[in-house]
Design a protein around this ligand. Structure first.
Ligand code: HEC
Ligand SMILES: [Cu+2]
Length: 363
């Protein structure tokens, strides 16, 4: 016969002492999170970032308190109610079931907590997603491996730095040209996927000037980890206007025409200097200016059109400017991976002529 351990079911003095110790630790942990210097770890620059921080303090404080009690009681009960050396080997513990009062409260409080979390999350989310649009509208496009930005009166695309005026509402329309990326600005406590074929909008008003990193938070390919080099610059209106005007002038020669995806591209008049600038913007993440086998994602491109050891391009066609233009226009997937097409790389026909002129000048 299995012998029931003769053991008291009352909790005893030790239980209340342990509970008091846990209560002190839980309160200390919660107070730590209420005052934790989150702002000095990562500054917050939009209203919802501040709300997220307050919410995070609440979650961390409650979470710490629950953690202390759960782990504390596990340890306490393991020690106090564990099998004693003197117990017979087949002894089982005191069997307790059904405590309706306890079951009610341990259902009620977690439910209440989850409902509060849901409501507060919804309010913050609605502020970012559902708020009516106003102010500046900017597009952000995810690429392998950078983000590019489009502004209403600036031709072409802006890379490296996105500028925004302080205290002006912004609607940022996000999309992707290739795979799913995630646009993340830690200082905004805001992260939103960029999805090919879909536009999602986030709305916010930056209230603090400065330079803040933009990071891709979705593994998107071999150079995903380099997608943390771009900067969000929030500045006063005069500096913003100066930058905006400068970009308008700088990009005046860039065409806004959509690239063609078939047909022959006119290569005469290609400007190698303009092509070089484009190369460092749009190609150098994947292509070195070294020999063919100096691979980054794609092959090295020095002498791609003039190397006797490299008579054909990766698609098997002879290494001529026309065939290079075709690869740039239509893209190509081979053993090394995918060379994106002109739409994905954001290249107009004129851009292709310029880049090919540049490639042709490399010996
Ligand atoms: C996302 C990475 C990526 C980007 C960006 C990219 N390429 Fe490529 N490219 C490749 C890959 C990969 C290949 C090789 C495909 C294969 O054969 O597997 C390639 C092949 C090529 C080739 C053929 C090379 C040869 O030896 O035959 C040329 C030319 C080329 N790319 C030019 C460019 C230019 C110019 C740009 C910028 C406008 C550019 N690429 C942007 C990945 C990229
Ligand atoms: Cu990415």
């Amino acid at each position: 016969m299995v012998e029931q351990k003769a053991q008291a079911t009352s909790l005893g003095r030790g239980f209340w002492i342990a509970t008091a110790v846990m209560a002190v630790a839980a309160v200390a942990g919660a107070i730590y999170w209420v005052y934790a210097p989150i702002e000095s770890w990562v500054p917050s620059i939009i209203l919802t970032a501040h709300q997220v921080d307050v919410f995070f303090r609440f979650l961390a404080a409650v979470g710490t308190a629950i953690y202390v009690f759960v782990v504390g009681y596990i340890v306490y009960f393991t020690i106090v109610f564990g099998a004693k050396k003197t117990d017979p080997p087949d002894a089982i513990g005191v069997q307790i079931h059904d405590n309706h009062k306890l079951e009610f409260w341990w259902t009620f409080f977690p439910t209440l907590l989850v409902v509060i979390i849901a409501i507060v999350s919804y309010l913050i989310w609605a502020e970012i997603i559902l708020k009516p649009a106003s102010g500046v509208v900017v597009e952000a496009i995810g690429h392998q491996f950078n983000f590019t930005f489009r502004y209403p009166q600036i031709n072409g695309e802006v890379t490296d730095e996105i500028h925004l005026p302080v205290n002006v509402p912004v609607t940022l329309n996000l999309t992707s040209s290739d795979v799913i990326h995630s646009f993340w600005v830690p200082a905004m406590r805001l992260k939103n996927d960029t999805i090919p074929g879909m536009v999602t909008a986030i709305k916010f008003t930056p209230y603090r000037t400065g330079r803040y990193p933009i990071i891709c938070a979705q593994f998107c390919g071999t150079l995903h980890s380099t997608m943390n080099k771009q900067v969000l610059v929030v500045e006063d209106e005069a500096s913003f206007n100066a930058w905006y005007h400068g970009m308008q002038l700088k990009n005046a020669h860039v065409s806004n025409a959509l690239p063609s995806t078939s047909g022959t591209i006119a290569l005469t008049g290609g400007d190698a200097a303009a092509g070089q600038a484009l190369f460092s913007q749009k190609c150098s993440a994947c292509h070195a200016l070294g020999p063919f086998d100096q691979k980054i994602v794609g092959p090295g491109l020095r002498g791609v059109l003039h190397d006797p050891k490299h008579p054909t391009l990766v698609d098997g066609d002879p290494a001529t400017p026309e065939n290079a233009a075709k690869i740039l226009q239509q893209g190509f997937t081979g053993p090394m991976g995918t060379m994106p097409n002109a739409t994905t790389n954001g290249l107009s026909d004129k851009d292709i002529a310029n880049v090919v002129a540049y490639l042709n000048s490399l010996k």
